[in-house]
Design a protein around this ligand. Structure first.
Ligand SMILES: Nc1nc2c(ncn2[C@@H]2O[C@H](COP(=O)(O)OP(=O)(O)OP(=O)(O)O)[C@@H](O)[C@H]2O)c(=O)[nH]1
Ligand SMILES: [Mg+2]
Ligand SMILES: [Zn+2]
Length: 358
């Protein structure tokens, strides 16, 4: 095994040398199972856990390793290791952690491209696509839209979807494919470069694992087999996993996402809606709410059909969501800081008491 095949770069080597980490092993996290990690190294796969030190110095979930991360390792027996440090990430795809207010979940690290997978049947949804694009741009990950199951959709519907997509996001590359007819598979294959890392994002059942199996030329991931009587899926992907393709690309399969909450501290919304926001900036009023002001450039563009009303509504919705998340994350940080202080004060008092200064 050669870690360069797994995407190891000169920058990482440089960092290790500068930080005095050459005495440690190095590897890439390919899977995570409840704080146990599978890490690919030059010597093959090892199982790893984080060191106590990393655990204690971690301030939040993002400080722990994620699939795609490069890590410095300490050998700990046969095919076992401890993760000493997470090396700097070039990109960290995040979303709102489901059911935890103000918490960020790290989806995957060091991603170059994200395939945003939507099936051409009922799954296709422009508003949800806006969310995925926001995640990508916030993390500096290049998006490619992949529309699957072309075999299930008629010529007219397919045409309509393309039109709507090109109107909303003319700058984002997309391709149409079918795992059944083979349409688009070659185009997809050609998009994949050796040494680059790709990530499959989309709803459950969109066809992500099927697509990966076609690219990898084998049954890597279990795909959903629909049980006929209930129409409920089995074998849906439950773990993230990084796979090295024969042609040299690296690809991470993800479990389907039901909620795609945006966190966006990185200008993701601005990039996703840049055409609309360019217009908004041209508005003559600096503090315009673009809702009822006379002579507002946005309202005018909406009237003229230069801005799509659905896109504008979705932008406003996502902007509210972003602001709300920011507030929650801020409150969470304050609470944690306070807790940290309470604990510190307690130990200080305890220390004084034991020393006998009351
Ligand atoms: N007709 C048709 N069916 C497809 C195509 N691609 C995938 N499927 C079927 O769609 C179902 C779901 O596919 P998966 O690849 O498991 O979907 P997934 O996105 O990995 O789903 P999760 O792992 O739950 O996130 C399976 O029954 C596939 O056989 C396609 O191009 N055409
Ligand atoms: Mg899957
Ligand atoms: Zn305005």
């Amino acid at each position: 095994m050669n870690i360069i095949e797994w995407g190891y770069t000169e920058d990482l080597e440089h960092y290790r040398r500068e930080q005095g980490l050459m005495g440690f092993g190095v590897g890439r996290v390919t899977a995570e199972h409840k704080e146990r990690y599978i890490v690919m190294t030059d010597g093959g796969e090892v199982q790893a856990e984080v060191t106590g030190n990393l655990r204690f110095s971690a301030r939040n979930r993002e400080d722990f390793p994620a699939v795609g991360d490069w890590v410095a390792l300490i050998a700990a027996g046969e095919e076992q290791a401890l993760i000493h440090k997470v090396l700097p990430r070039t990109a960290a795809l995040t979303r709102q952690a489901v059911g935890q207010h103000g918490e960020v979940q790290l989806i995957a690290a060091n991603i170059d491209y994200a395939f945003l997978v939507q099936a051409l049947d009922r799954d296709f949804n422009l508003n949800r696509l806006d969310r995925y694009l926001t995640l990508c741009y916030a993390a500096r990950v290049s998006p490619v839209i992949v529309l699957t199951k072309a075999d299930l959709c008629g010529e007219n519907h397919c045409h309509e979807v393309r039109e709507r997509l090109q109107q909303r996001h003319p700058e984002v590359p997309f391709l149409v494919m079918s795992a059944v007819s083979g349409e688009g598979l070659e185009e997809l294959r050609q998009r994949i470069e050796a040494g680059k890392t790709y990530c499959l994002l989309g709803s459950s059942g969109a066809g992500k694992s099927t697509l990966l199996n076609h690219l990898a030329g084998g049954e890597y991931m279990h795909t959903r087999t629909l049980s006929e009587s209930t129409n409920k899926g089995r074998h849906t992907t439950t773990h993230r996993e990084l796979v090295l393709l024969k042609g040299g690309g690296l690809i991470i399969d993800n479990p389907g996402m039901r909620e795609v909450g945006i966190t966006d501290g990185g200008g993701g919304l601005e990039a996703t809606f840049d055409r609309i926001l360019d217009l908004a900036r041209q508005c003559r009023y600096a503090d315009c709410t673009h809702t009822r002001e006379n002579g507002c450039a946005v309202l005018h563009a909406l009237e003229q059909g230069e801005i799509d009303a659905d896109a504008w509504d979705n932008y406003l919705r996502l902007e509210r969501e972003r602001a709300h998340f920011e507030t929650e994350a801020g409150e969470k940080k304050r609470r944690e800081k306070l807790m940290g202080k309470v604990i510190k004060d307690y130990y200080k008092k305890d220390f004084k008491r034991r020393r006998g200064d009351g």
